[in-house]
Design a protein around this ligand. Structure first.
Ligand SMILES: [Zn+2]
Length: 556
């Protein structure tokens, strides 16, 4: 499913209560904000205190600081909608008229909202709009004249965050005493209260917007490490490319295949960086000298060094200085002395693509209007899909990962293939040349084994025609995101989901987010039995596909 056709929810739409007299509010400042057009807010427990099945306007109590926080969003030009499950309507606990009186009271206290989206159904109705289904989010985005991926939803329970992610929107969890600990663990973005959530939304929006721009002739951008790291840096590299005549990318051998797929790159230099590689060789002085000379020959008037939060940009910054580059930007918590001209800082928890975009902004670059901050591949770098795979609309299961701690256990993957096949899905099992034994075993449960058949570009071609991809936290998850294909993310919590989850694409997260491997960054699982993923029930994957509106047989 492509970003520009992300609305499969026509069957049973939510009730929309948009006010007719509200045209012309919140005129959008120029240029268009990079990240968000709108903020969607859950009602009970988020905007107002939760009074179960309330039909009485007198009982409406806003949460602390709500009015001022919402006014900050309005002043920033963001449109606001309420997205709320009200199964009390289905159950007859209150009438539509009573509910509208409650909403009028909410607006009296909190100011007006640009749209109200209400699911009037019960779980038993099996509708497409009751959160965690994404229907309300799609409907709100449509009502506000934007797309789901340009919305951020604030809610107090896992259903809210599930709905946001399933639509490809961002989700901020503001826990209350009734929020379950596993819901807090699974959320990629958590704020202490509504004002804090709003402050962080506005901070992230601001951080990718440069305060000044300076033209650049040749920019040297750097992203070492693996394919996934390179792919999530893509939006930032496109931002630099928009402000530079020529972009040269320095990458490592493990990221080269992904670098070939990135738009905006004119030239690639491949060289391992021993302070970045997970299994580094010794530092070879001759290799460092020849790298320095090569970097000097680029003639860059600016270098932007992208890193993950646990990597240091400083050793390379020294080489870049020795290569004669006099404008260097990087994220560094460590004191950089005179190695950096722009020392950028980013709080933890920011998605990697936005973290990189914020560095590009600090260096004076932003994505041009019309280029959404999504992952993207060069169309001419992706080959045609092999003809023998049949029609599009299959589900891809990619069980492996470079890091075994983030791979789906083969026995779980095997049962997933069985469950998907039973539910009518056509399943392709993909993996690298060294994963053939696993893909053969997994595919034997009813899928087609494509292990070792593709390079990264070929895999991108196969993923692009999938109706969904079931994959761990590894490069192909980001390839799927770049193709706009929904992801069922079997996410080992060794690194934060909020930073490394599939970006701006409809996603359902599965796996135990609170498992003991959490935040260990371990490459091989430190916990016997790999419990974060071994407990995934194959039926959860079938349900996740249903939430993502992917039906068996491949039609959507
Ligand atoms: Zn509904």
């Amino acid at each position: 499913m492509r970003q520009d056709q992300e609305d499969p929810y026509q069957r049973r739409s939510a009730q929309v209560y948009a006010a007719a007299d509200r045209a012309g509010s919140g005129s959008v400042a120029s240029p268009r904000p990079v990240l968000y057009d709108a903020v969607l807010l859950d009602r009970d427990g988020t905007l107002i205190e939760d009074v179960p099945y309330n039909g009485d306007p007198e009982k409406v109590r806003p949460v602390a600081g709500a009015r001022a926080a919402l006014d900050r969003l309005r002043a920033a030009g963001l449109r606001l909608a309420v997205v709320t499950n009200q199964s009390g309507l289905a159950r007859g606990y209150f009438t539509g008229e009573q509910m509208r009186a409650v909403h009028a009271r909410v607006e009296e206290l909190l100011g007006r909202f640009d749209a109200w989206l209400v699911c009037p159904h019960d779980d038993a109705d099996g509708c497409d709009c009751r959160k965690p289904a994404p229907g309300l989010v799609y409907a709100a985005a449509r009502e506000l004249g934007t797309t789901a991926s340009r919305c951020v939803l604030v809610g107090d329970i896992g259903r809210d965050i599930g709905a946001a992610l399933a639509a490809g929107a961002a989700g901020v969890l503001v826990p209350t005493p009734v929020t379950r600990p596993e819901e807090v663990a699974a959320a990629g973005w958590v704020a202490t209260d509504l004002p804090a959530a709003v402050a962080e939304i506005l901070r992230r929006q601001q951080a990718v917007q440069p305060s000044t721009t300076a033209p650049v002739r040749t920019a040297l951008v750097v992203r070492s490490d693996s394919a996934g790291d390179v792919l999530v840096t893509g939006p930032a590299i496109r931002a630099v490319a928009a402000g530079a005549e020529r972009v040269v990318l320095l990458c490592g051998p493990r990221g080269r295949a992904a670098a070939n797929l990135l738009p905006g790159v004119d030239e690639i230099i491949e060289h391992p960086l021993p302070w970045i590689d997970p299994t580094p060789g010794p530092v070879d002085p001759d290799a460092m000298r020849s790298l320095t000379a090569r970097l000097g020959a680029v003639g860059a008037d600016q270098a932007v060094v992208f890193t993950s939060f646990h990597q240091s940009a400083l050793p390379l910054a020294l080489l870049l200085r020795m290569a004669g580059i006099d404008r260097i930007a990087a994220i560094s918590d460590d004191y950089p002395g005179s190695l950096l001209d722009i020392r950028h800082r980013v709080p933890v928890g920011v998605p990697e693509p936005e973290r990189a975009l914020s560095l590009a902004a600090a260096a004076g670059h932003r994505l041009p209007d019309g280029d959404e901050p999504v992952l993207r591949l060069r169309p001419d770098a992706v080959p045609p899909r092999p003809a023998d795979l049949g029609d599009p609309g299959y589900v891809v299961l990619h069980p492996g990962s470079d890091a075994s701690s983030r791979a789906c256990p083969p026995e779980v993957a095997t049962r997933i293939v069985g469950a998907l096949t039973d539910a009518g899905h056509r399943v392709l099992v993909t993996g690298g040349p060294d994963e053939r034994a696993v893909t053969a075993r997994v595919a034997a449960a009813g899928g087609t084994d494509l292990g070792g058949r593709t390079d990264l570009a070929g895999l991108a071609a196969i993923l692009a025609d999938a109706s969904a991809v079931v994959v761990g936290n590894t490069g192909p998850a980001h390839l799927a995101a770049a193709a706009g294909v929904p992801v069922v993310s079997l996410f080992a919590p060794t690194v934060p989901f909020g930073q490394w989850g599939p970006y701006r694409v409809p996603t359902v997260r599965l796996g135990d987010a609170a498992a003991p491997c959490r935040d260990t960054r371990a490459a091989s699982c430190p916990v016997p039995g790999h419990p974060c993923l071994s407990g995934v029930d194959p039926d959860e994957v079938v349900d996740a596909l249903r939430t993502l509106a992917v039906s068996g047989g491949g039609s959507r």
